[in-house]
Write a new protein. Structure first.
Length: 446
């Protein structure tokens, strides 16, 4: 084993065994030991002492739309990965849509990887996309290292990424189950969307009524039925409807291989407080009522919801119009996800270990990266965030690093200042100062 190069020390290190004062030894970008706080520093090693700031594993955000290449006026690898790093995220997995080309063939994946390579400030992996006409591309994409496949059941918002009907979903799922892959699904049933009251305009209540919980519940029922039949591994993206929770819990008890994520905005923002005309709050499925949010928190606490990811899906500011029917759907959360979730979590009696489990450990597990990411433990990559959990700040859009600093969190006061972020033992950002990009491109461990 190589000599220890770096020791990171804090009175509060979050490890799988709990939070304790510890020294974390690093060599060749990996954690080689987690030792008592006063273990000393080997000759030739550098010491970084964070005092009482918390050292936690870098977050793993498995739901990010980087949009590069093709819609780089919306977002790109340079800006998205800087925003992520500033928010304590050290790994992201890029969604297959909104970039041009979308990640739906091996050729397109190659293009994406070339574009990302020089710009990534954190580690980056890729999801593939399941379209009505690319079943033959799924296995080659899997073999090329994508982490799984996203499918929509309702329109995606971009023409080049059409949704699957039930038969097409069935066919793609059979194919993906055949090679042991993971299918991740935007679960809103188009029939329930079509039959809901439709009314454009600036009233949030009208938008909410147009995308009812029943649309999510019905799509999730379809997904469960098909996953059960195929023995497939499926994952529900960006769950907002609390009514779907009992369905998911029951399916899991029956042995269906289903996991679920939700997002910071569903956990921290409520329909009651969305101002009319405020397009920065539009996302699909929508932010729902406070009572719904309480049930999402309960499901996180009892484990029905596995993890929390951003669904960072930005656009240019002009597309976030005051008409909820036509405004771009997507909330930009990369830089603020940790403080936003932590602020609400602490209010509800959770500790940072819970937040780390939801935003790092479980997301790493979801994509099979738990051998390398998601915990401060020997053998894992030396990816860290240093957080001052009791310090507050007020969200100023001008301080955000993503390309179009539109945010639903403007003016909110949040707990948790990310002081620095570390990737494989190297500092990526500290107090707003970034180093040159050091991110690597990840493939699914086989
Ligand atoms: N085209 C999108 O980026 N859609 C995303 N938009 C949201 N969530 O509003 C998503 O993940 O479905
Ligand atoms: Zn989606
Ligand atoms: Zn998304």
């Amino acid at each position: 084993m190589n000599d220890v190069e770096l020791v990171l020390r804090s009175t509060r290190v979050i490890t799988p065994e709990g939070t304790r004062a510890a020294s974390v030894a690093v060599a060749d970008g990996r954690i080689t030991a987690v030792l008592p706080y006063d273990s000393g520093v080997p000759a030739g090693a550098r010491l970084e002492d964070f005092g009482d700031d918390v050292l936690l594993p870098g977050l793993v955000d498995t739901h990010v739309h980087v949009n590069d290449p093709g819609r780089t006026e919306w977002e790109g690898f340079w800006t998205a990965t800087r925003a992520a790093a500033a928010g304590g995220i050290t790994t992201l997995v890029d969604m297959p849509l909104n970039s041009l080309p979308p990640t739906t063939t091996v050729d397109h994946l190659r293009t994406k990887r070339e574009v990302a390579a020089a710009k990534a400030h954190i580690d980056v992996g890729f999801w593939g996309g399941a379209l009505p006409d690319n079943v033959k591309d799924l296995r080659p994409l899997h073999d090329a290292g994508v982490f799984g496949f996203k499918a929509f059941l309702s329109p995606s918002g971009v023409d080049e990424f059409p949704e699957l009907d039930r038969e097409q979903l069935d066919r793609s799922m059979a194919e993906i189950a055949g090679f042991g892959g993971l299918l991740i699904v935007h679960a809103e049933d188009p029939r329930h969307l079509a039959s809901a009251p439709q009314q454009g305009g600036p009233k949030y209540a009208d938008f909410l009524a147009s995308r009812p919980r029943g649309a999510e519940d019905a799509a999730i029922m379809t997904l469960i039925e098909q996953a059960r039949r195929h023995g497939a591994r499926v994952h529900v993206l960006h769950l907002s409807s609390s009514d779907a929770l009992p369905l998911i819990a029951e399916a899991r008890r029956d042995g269906v291989r289903i996991t679920v994520e939700t997002c910071p905005h569903y956990l921290t923002l409520t329909a009651e407080e969305v101002p009319d005309g405020a397009g920065e709050f539009k996302c699909c499925p929508p932010i729902r009522e406070a009572a719904n949010q309480d049930l999402l928190w309960q499901a996180l606490a009892d484990g029905t919801i596995d993890c929390v990811v951003t669904d960072h899906s930005p656009s240019t500011a002009d597309l976030k119009t005051d008409d909820f029917a036509t405004a771009w759907g997507g909330i930009s959360g990369l830089q603020l996800s940790l403080p936003a979730v932590w602020t609400e979590a602490r209010k509800r009696g959770h500790d940072l270990e819970d937040v780390v489990r939801w935003m790092s450990t479980r997301t790493a597990q979801l994509v099979g990266l738990d051998g390398r990411k998601g915990a401060i433990a020997v053998g894992r990559d030396a990816d860290f965030a240093v957080l001052a959990p009791d310090e507050t700040f007020t969200v100023d859009p001008a301080a955000l690093q993503h390309r179009n600093p539109v945010t639903a969190y403007a003016g909110r006061t949040l707990y948790g200042v990310v002081r620095s972020t570390w990737l494989r033992g190297e500092r990526v950002v500290a107090d707003g100062e970034f180093t040159d990009p050091k991110g690597r491109l990840l493939t699914r461990p086989s």
